[in-house]
Every structure is written in structure tokens, then in C-alpha cells.
Design a binder for this molecule. Structure first.
Ligand code: NAD
Length: 238
């Protein structure tokens, strides 16, 4: 496949490495400095685009790919209040878009474990819930997209919980999300249930960015010949 990488930062570089290892070509790299000089013809040779940029630029980058009829995989976090507009374009214009707040296989298994645990714990109201996420100091958004997906997984499976909050709190109807920024941590997420007597903790700890990059390249391979909106549930069939 001929791949365009949109956003050539830490993730863009890791994606390039995995894409080349899997026998693909990277025919176009677009970073902040290139965005104004991109021409329609630059996309002639591109089969699929992979977009990991910034919360401010993701929406327009994804639309740029769709305008040029290129299927696009995005992993950028912090812009999801506008994702429905992209999903609508998939329906109305036969466009192709794949989004995951986290492309790691382990995290997607963790999402399922979190949902199953939430279902079990919904019967035990003596336990309060807390989410904690830790990332490297250069991460721009907080809480992480992964922490929000975890919170949504709990809300979906526990009728007593309605919302999440970006703070420590003691209410039993919302989930506090605590965000920490430390060193070069690629991503750590903990879900803790606590009663007066004990704690139950589930934790996912990413060892490097490679797991995210591999998932994004697998997603690009998956959507290259498809139309519509896809997520990790479609790719992993879990
Ligand atoms: N979904 C996942 O699995 C996953 C995993 C890791 C990171 N992320 C997210 O991916 C995004 C990128 O992460 P990163 O660690 O590579 O960040 P980074 O800061 O290293 O890279 C971002 C790059 O985007 C570039 N950029 C800025 N404006 C741009 C524009 N208008 N067009 C194109 N490129 C532009 C920057 O110059 C930079 O090179 C973040 O939102 C991060 O939270 C998602």
C-alpha cells in the first residue's frame, strides 16, 4: 500500500517504521509546515492516510483526506466533539474513516475487561470508582482519550453512574478522572474500585509507542478497500 502520514511527530515516525517493516511505502508525509502547500495532485498516488497530529488540526486534516477521496485512519485525541461530522460524511459521501482513541491490542482487551468488571461491580454500591491516567509531559490533552473511553465503558454498564469529572470527587454517581504528566511515560491507565475494606485495581501499562503504531497500520490495511466508519471492534472482532 502507498501510505500518507499526516502529522510526522513521535507517532508519525513510529508508524513509518512499522509500515516499512510490513512492506508498505510511505509516499507522502505532511507535518505542520507542509499543510498550506499541499496540492490535490500530491494525493494521486496515496491508497490510505494515517493521521496523528494535534487536537486543533485533526478535524481539518481528516476532512482534507476525505476531500481527496482517501480512506483515513486517525488516532489524534482531544477533538472528538466534532467526530460526528466526520461520521456523517462517511454516510453521505461514501467516505472511509477509522478512529480509535487507542490502537494498542492490549488496551482494547483492557476496554472489554473494564466493561465486564463494570457490569459485575454495578451490583455492589459500596465501592467508589476512580480512573487514573499517566502520560509523558508533552501530551497536550487531558484526560486522555483512553481514559474517557474507559469512563464511557463504565457508564454504559452501570445505571447508577451518569458522568465523569476531571477531578477527585467523592460522589458515587460520577467517575473522577485523575490525569498525571510524568517524564516519557507512553501511557498508563488504572481503574480502581474501593470500599471501606478493600480495593480492586485493573491496570494497563504501555511499554512503548510501537503497539499503537502497529494497530494504526493494521487499521489502514483493514480499511483500504472498504467504505464507511470503522473502529477497533470491527478490526479485532471483540
Ligand atoms: N490513538 C492512539 O492509539 C494514540 C497513541 C499515541 C498518541 N495518540 C495521539 O496522537 C496525537 C499525536 O501524538 P504524538 O505523540 O505523535 O505527538 P507529537 O507532538 O509528537 O506529533 C504531532 C505532530 O503533528 C504535527 N502537526 C501540528 N499541526 C499539524 C497540522 N496542521 N497538520 C499536520 N501535522 C501537524 C506537529 O508538528 C507534530 O510533528 C496526539 O493527539 C496523541 O494524544 C494517540
Amino acid at each position: 500500500m502507498n501510505i500518507a502520514i499526516v502529522g510526522y511527530g513521535r507517532m508519525g515516525r513510529a508508524i513509518e517504521q512499522i509500515a516499512l517493516e510490513r512492506g508498505h511505502q510511505v509516499v507522502l508525509k505532511i507535518d505542520a509546515k507542509d499543510i498550506d502547500s499541499i496540492a490535490k495532485s500530491d494525493f494521486n498516488n496515496v491508497d490510505v492516510a494515517i493521521e496523528f497530529s494535534t487536537p486543533e488540526s485533526a478535524f481539518s486534516n481528516i476532512n482534507l483526506c476525505i476531500d481527496n477521496k482517501i480512506p483515513v485512519v486517525s488516532g489524534t485525541t482531544g477533538w472528538l466533539n466534532r467526530i460526528e461530522q466526520v461520521v456523517e460524511r462517511c454516510k453521505n459521501e461514501d467516505a472511509t474513516f477509522f478512529y480509535a482513541s487507542n490502537y494498542s491490542l492490549g488496551v482494547n482487551l483492557f476496554f472489554k475487561i473494564n466493561e465486564n468488571l463494570a457490569k459485575i461491580m454495578s451490583k455492589f454500591s459500596d465501592y467508589s470508582i476512580e480512573l487514573e491516567e499517566t502520560h509523558h509531559i508533552k501530551k497536550l490533552d487531558a484526560p486522555s482519550g483512553t481514559a474517557i473511553t474507559l469512563a464511557e465503558g463504565i457508564i454504559k454498564n452501570n445505571q447508577k453512574i451518569n458522568t465523569w469529572k476531571e477531578e477527585e470527587s467523592t460522589t458515587f454517581d460520577s467517575i473522577p478522572i485523575v490525569s498525571k504528566r510524568e517524564g516519557s511515560v507512553p501511557g498508563n491507565h488504572k481503574v480502581t474500585y474501593e470500599s471501606d475494606f478493600d480495593k480492586i485495581i485493573i491496570e494497563h501499562d504501555a511499554k512503548s509507542r510501537k503497539g499503537f503504531a502497529l494497530g494504526a497500520v493494521l487499521a489502514a490495511e483493514f480499511i483500504a478497500d472498504k467504505r464507511g466508519y470503522f473502529t477497533m471492534n470491527d478490526l479485532l472482532e471483540i
